[in-house]
Design a protein around this ligand. Structure first.
Ligand code: TEU
Ligand code: CA
Length: 598
């Protein structure tokens, strides 16, 4: 067991603002509507900056607000240098930046450049004819024909948001297919073309010069595709099309192009950059991007924790059991990797593509929701890396109720998934029920319901007479921001979820030497219910013990770690003082504890 002695301490000594920053992700359509059209907007973000500042937020990352037909909620961009009128104007964004700066906060934009919208001027030109000047800005291929003479796409890759469909879309006018990995409305850009890369560099400059401080780069590891576009291995038996990520994730020229972005643009500014990188597990590949000397990106979003309940050899919308041992393996691997190889982590368990964490990793029943949300807050706020909090996570918002009908799900991925099950298993009630269960537990819609600000109509998201674009979760009279702020101590010795997060973030900053930059050691890998780890710097040490189960556990996995006293927990904190610090720890259901070590 490592001690706290300085000579045994392996921490990170390069301190940077973007490592310590608390980043808050805003999904703008569902954040706050200020003009009564039922759709959140940029002025709504500006209105809540004091709220965010008070929570402890330093950086606001806004999901796409650019001009877009919204086929994939703005991840289909028609103009990178303009704002969609449904969100406001460029002047509104300029004002947001001014207001952020006043509060010593920063803006991070969402950069979606693996693909554009089919309505982007570049694509309109590209698809106009085979000889148009931008033909080569996208990925066009002739059809293949099977033995019966039927037209087939160039390979067997499946669409990511519509797994029953081909990733290739047929274009009648020019009689060729274009690659569209996500949906037909999102054609993939051809990064092999230097003019495309130069145009992307211009987009970055445009926003940096306007005062934004960095980018979350959407599926940035998909930009380089294996140029022979080979068929993928058949791993999902009952599906015509197959996951092709082996050939488009971390492709041959990825690092060259990331270095180019860095050299051409990022190196000239002081930015936070985080690359969203699904499908990647290789430590070497991760370090090539986020290593201190890599000159690529500051950090990436690794998918390990949010893929924990995906079935093997299946798409994301599938179910798989897991327990605390899986969580420990994943957490420990990435924490240790960055310490040992001088890289940098991001921490997130929620975003607009994932179900709510309190529902997924804990128990969201009325009895346990608050315990679960605080357990997760304790974990997230005590791990090394840059911390990302997703809107509503700070009040423990839960998944949509199982009673909601199919029509409440607005996401194209959910719609495609229901259609697939209806087509494949039309008269099979069991399969239909399974489809509903999968969607209820894993649909992206779960994170996209309007933020619950208050107990007023529509949870205060929009005016009482308007209709929100997506249904508000009906638990809002009890689960909302106002209730938790006006009553931060709902019962003696306990904090509301919001108050718990607020204190956790402030504690993280106060002890950044340990929690942000410090050393890490997982304890008791074998236990199937408890996740526990030690964090320490040259000066101080803490232990975190988290019961990821709804049962009481007598836990004796502290090993040689000596607890001086327990200082925080998600049960009545007045009892902490009397708690044993020697030998075993009696943990109640979903209990989490933070202790100071000797
Ligand atoms: O997501 C990319 C991605 O691979 C997933 O998180 C995706 O939601 C999941 O695999 C679907 O099963 C990013 C955006 O965050 C997402 O909202 C967009 O739809 C997607 O890229 C396309 O831009
Ligand atoms: Ca609005």
């Amino acid at each position: 067991m490592a001690t706290t002695k300085k000579d045994l301490y392996v921490g990170v000594d390069k301190h940077r603002w973007w490592k310590e920053a608390i980043v808050y992700q805003i999904y703008p359509a569902s954040f706050l509507d200020t003009n009564g059209d039922g759709w959140g907007d940029v002025p709504g973000i500006t209105q809540k900056l004091d709220y965010l500042k008070d929570l402890g937020v330093d950086v606001v990352w806004v999901s796409p607000i650019y001009k877009s037909p919204q086929a994939d909620m703005g991840y289909d961009i028609a103009d990178y240098e303009d704002i969609d009128p449904s969100y406001g104007t460029l002047a509104d964004v300029d004002n947001l930046i001014v207001e952020l700066k006043k509060r010593d906060m920063k803006l991070v934009m969402d950069l979606v450049v693996n693909h554009t919208s089919e309505e982007h001027a570049w694509f309109l030109d590209s698809r106009a004819s085979k000889t148009s000047s931008k033909r080569d800005w996208y990925i066009w291929k002739p059809a293949k024909y099977d033995s019966a003479g039927n037209r087939q796409p160039p390979n067997n890759w499946a669409q990511i948001l519509g797994e029953a469909n081909s990733a290739w879309t047929w274009d009648e006018t020019t009689q060729e297919y274009y690659l569209s990995l996500f949906t037909p409305e999102q054609p993939d850009l051809n990064w092999e073309n230097p003019a495309v890369r130069a145009a992307v560099h211009d987009v970055l400059r445009f926003w940096l010069d306007r005062g934004c401080s960095g980018f979350r780069m959407d599926v940035i590891n998909l930009i380089s595709k294996v140029q022979s576009f080979p068929d993928a291995e058949v791993i999902v038996k009952d599906n015509t099309y197959q996951p092709g990520d082996k050939y488009y994730a971390n492709g041959p020229r990825l690092h060259e192009w990331l270095k180019e972005i860095n050299h051409e643009v990022l190196s000239k500014y002081d930015t936070l950059t985080v690359g969203e990188m699904p499908f990647v597990r290789s430590e070497d590949e991760i370090i090539r991007v986020v290593g201190a000397e890599s000159k690529e990106l500051n950090m990436i979003f690794s998918f390990d924790i949010v893929d924990i309940d995906n079935a093997p050899n299946d798409f994301r919308l599938s179910l798989q059991d897991w327990d605390a041992r899986d969580l420990k393996r994943i957490i420990s691997r990435l924490q240790r990797l960055m310490l040992e190889r001088d890289g940098w982590n991001s921490l997130f368990i929620e975003n607009h593509d994932q179900p709510r964490s309190v529902s997924r990793y804990t128990d969201d029943s009325d009895e346990w929701r608050e315990y679960g949300a605080k357990l997760l807050a304790l974990m997230q706020s005590t791990l090394a890396g840059t911390l990302y909090v997703y809107q509503g996570e700070e009040i423990g918002m839960r998944n949509v109720p199982a009673s909601w009908g199919e029509e409440e799900y607005k996401d194209i991925e959910s719609i495609n998934f229901f259609a697939k099950y209806r087509k494949l298993y039309p008269h099979n009630p069991e399969k239909q029920a399974l489809a509903r269960e999968i969607i209820q537990r894993k649909a992206r819609d779960n994170a996209r319901t309007p933020v619950q600000w208050s107990a007023s109509p529509h949870a205060g998201f929009t005016s009482p007479s308007s209709t929100p674009w997506m249904r508000v979760n009906e638990d809002y009279p009890t689960t909302n921001v106002d209730a938790q702020i006006s009553n931060p101590t709902p019962s003696p010795g306990t904090l509301s979820v919001h108050a718990f997060w607020r204190r956790a973030l402030s504690n993280r900053k106060k002890h950044a030497g340990v929690f942000v930059y410090g050393d890490f050691q997982m304890l008791d890998f074998e236990h199937d219910k408890v996740v526990a780890y030690k964090r320490w710097s040259a000066d101080e040490a803490f232990v975190v013990v988290l019961n990821f189960s709804g049962e009481g556990v007598s836990w004796d996995g502290l090993g040689g770690v000596k607890v001086k006293k327990w200082v925080a927990g998600n049960y009545d904190e007045r009892e902490l003082e009397g708690r044993s610090v020697d030998g075993g720890v009696e943990l109640r259901a979903w209990e989490g504890l933070l202790g100071v070590c000797e």
